[in-house]
Ligand binder design. Structure first.
Ligand code: SAH
Ligand code: SF4
Length: 364
């Protein structure tokens, strides 16, 4: 029999669960009870002891629950990064099971406190086709539902609890897929994950990364949340960016930065610009100067990423001294810049690689 995870209810907020309960003839507050159980990761109605037997039976008939499966687990040699390959299975209409990667970055330090950050996927694959990215190589299979996105966090939380490591503290939407190409499901999942009756993850502890879909950036600005925004820039001019990131042909840098300015004017929040350094492609001094010019007068922080080597793309990582020089130029020009710590490169560290290796008979 084909396996298909059944987690639709995880993607429903309290109000929706109350309506579902009401429609089944239960008192609406039962929806709140159901929400709490589901967000605690209890995917078995029999354990929901404060619902009546009849209610549990009715729910089980109407809304079956079945967790995704962890089909592979890798831990980096230093123990700081764990990658889970999750299988959501497939419906009768789908040819392939949907598999996505969930990365757990353990013990990151923030203000002397230790945090556990999950790197969340929002799509199975991605349609954006960035030249350096493993996820982009095989195109988009489909969007993940809000329930599937919430399920990733719940699976990550369970993993942490099983290893007695505490709770998920931070979320970055930097896994597989383009979050703003699946805007509604992503926003719905964020609201659920932020709910104090559920996982209660603060908006300031969440970051969405986008390749630059400007209409969605404006919508996101209008939503006036406190969720952080990261922009994958990777090139300081349109000619190069359009080569590396086809999305730039539709939304060139000027338009992208105008949307970023709109976001800043609405939220007063600083934006992170991600820039993966590709050897002899975008890592020259002149390019650092050009980037500085773009960002010097903006509320910006640059995150330089030592690129993860993906053999199929042909790009190589820049040497450490080139990265440091690039960072020094930006800092000198008044653009605050950090070099991202490289994690989990020994475990197909870049998102998309593990899934690719698995489905090639073996992906960023
Ligand atoms: N689609 C979104 C979010 C997922 S990608 C986006 O593009 O922003 C998360 C980050 O990983 C992005 O900054 C992306 O550009 C970067 N990335 C992709 N491939 C990479 C690679 N091979 N090495 C390092 N970073 C990579
Ligand atoms: Fe998609 Fe982001 Fe990869 Fe580009 S970098 S292909 S937008 S996942």
């Amino acid at each position: 029999m084909t396996f298909k995870a059944e987690i639709d209810l995880l993607g429903r907020n309290k109000t929706e669960l109350k309506s579902i309960c009401l429609a089944m003839g239960f008192q609406p507050f039962k929806g709140e009870i159901l929400f709490r159980w589901l967000q605690e990761g209890v995917l078995d109605y029999a354990s929901m002891t404060n619902l009546s037997r009849r209610e549990r039976e009715l729910l089980a008939e109407t809304y079956p629950l079945l967790a995704p499966r962890i089909i592979q687990e890798q831990q980096s040699a230093d123990g700081a990064t764990v990658k889970l390959l999750l299988d959501f299975g497939r419906s009768d209409k789908e040819k392939q099971p949907v598999m996505i990667e969930l990365v757990i970055m353990l013990y990151e330090r923030q203000n002397s406190r230790s945090r556990h950050t999950l790197c969340i996927s929002t799509q199975a694959g991605c349609a954006m086709g960035c030249a350096f990215c493993a996820t982009g190589l095989s195109g988009l299979s489909r969007n993940l539902s809000a329930g599937e996105i919430v399920a990733e966090v719940i699976m990550g939380q369970k993993w942490l609890h099983e290893h007695k490591l505490g709770d998920v503290t931070n979320l970055v939407f930097m896994g597989m897929g383009e979050p703003f190409a699946n805007y509604d499901a992503v926003m719905q999942s964020l609201a659920i994950l932020n709910d104090p009756a559920g996982l209660n993850i603060g908006q300031r502890r969440m970051t969405i990364s986008t390749c630059g879909l400007t209409d969605a950036i404006k919508c996101f600005a209008d939503a006036e949340t406190e969720i952080g925004l990261a922009i994958s820039l990777h090139a300081p001019n349109d000619a190069l960016r359009s080569q590396l990131m086809p999305v730039n042909r539709r939304y060139p840098i000027k338009e992208l930065l105008a949307a970023c300015d709109y976001y800043t004017s609405k939220t007063h929040r600083r934006i992170s610009y991600e820039y993966a350094l590709l050897k002899d492609v975008n890592d020259g001094r002149q390019q650092a100067e050009e980037l500085a010019q773009l960002l010097a007068h903006r509320l910006a922080h640059v995150n330089l990423i030592p690129v993860n080597f993906v053999s199929e793309t042909g790009f190589l990582p820049s040497p450490a001294e080139v990265i440091n020089e690039f960072a020094a130029i930006l800092n000198r020009r008044g653009v605050e810049t950090t070099v991202r710590e490289k994690r989990g490169t020994d475990i197909d560290g870049a998102c998309g690689q593990l899934r690719r290796h698995q489905s090639n008979g073996g992906g960023k």
